[in-house]
Structure formats: structure tokens, C-alpha cells
Design a protein. Structure first.
Length: 150
């Protein structure tokens, strides 16, 4: 399976883009009502938790923080939540986000790699990352989220 790589430019400072990933009110807005539960320390667990098939506390994805440099880099393992896949613990990928200042905007690069063979979420993830990243860009620049009609 190929690595997934996305690059976009956001009309804001890296500090503003970073907040979207770590502040509960921002993650709730862009990640469809989910908060990111973590201490944001290397080795710490994290989970995106919010409304879903298991109620308001559904774990959508989870993993552990591999690297973190505030306003610049976050890397973590990622597993689908237990309600999505019975073998969720075996289905680990890695996500790395980097933020770089380019002029008066931020270059956001997301790489989702280390896909195990035949990962059942791969095709869906190819479609969902562009939606999530577009939502991040829109939210940071305007304070509003996109309406995907769901």
C-alpha cells in the first residue's frame, strides 16, 4: 500500500494551525464533534473520542504519540476504534504532521504511512484525509467548518 501524502497551505501562522489539533473546541469543530484526548507527550496515548456508534464516547481512532514539537511537528500511531474493526489493535499506521512557515502562511504536510497489507480502511482514508484537511484550512482561515451534507 502506498504512503498517503497531502500538502496544503493555510493563510495563518503555524501556531494558529497547531491549535486545531490540540484545543478541544477546535478539534470538536473540525473532527465532527470529537475531542483529541492526550497529554501530548512522547509515548502518551491519544484517542479521538466523540459521537458515534457507541454513543457520545465512541473511540474513532487511537494510538500513541511518537514525536511532538509544538507548532511544528506531531507524529503518532493510529488504529481504527474498537467499534470499527474487530482486529483494530493489529491495524496500525503512522501519521506525521509538519507545519512550516512559508511567507505569511503555513505549509501543512500530512503523511499517513506504514500501512499493513490489506488494511481495510485504506481506501476510505484516501477519501477522508482531503475532507479533513480542507475542513482544517477553512476553519483556521474563517472560523467556520465545511458542510459535507451528512
Amino acid at each position: 500500500m502506498d504512503d498517503l501524502k497531502y500538502v496544503l497551505y493555510v493563510g495563518a501562522k503555524p501556531e494558529d494551525v497547531w491549535q486545531v489539533f490540540v484545543k478541544p473546541e477546535a478539534t470538536k469543530a473540525i473532527f465532527f464533534g470529537c475531542i483529541l484526548d492526550s497529554t501530548f507527550e512522547i509515548g502518551a496515548p491519544y484517542a479521538y473520542i466523540g459521537p458515534g456508534t457507541d454513543g457520545d464516547e465512541t473511540v474513532h481512532v487511537y494510538g500513541k504519540v511518537l514525536a511532538i514539537e509544538p507548532n511544528r511537528l506531531m507524529s503518532y500511531t493510529e488504529h481504527p476504534g474498537p467499534s470499527y474493526r474487530e482486529n483494530h489493535a493489529e491495524l496500525e499506521t503512522r501519521v506525521t504532521l509538519t507545519l512550516e512557515t512559508v511567507g505569511d502562511c503555513t505549509k501543512l504536510t500530512l503523511i499517513n504511512d506504514q500501512w499493513p497489507d490489506n488494511h481495510p480502511s485504506y481506501d476510505n482514508t484516501i477519501e477522508s484525509w482531503p475532507m479533513m484537511l480542507s475542513n482544517i484550512k477553512t476553519y483556521v482561515e474563517t472560523g467556520k467548518t465545511l458542510n459535507f451534507g451528512w
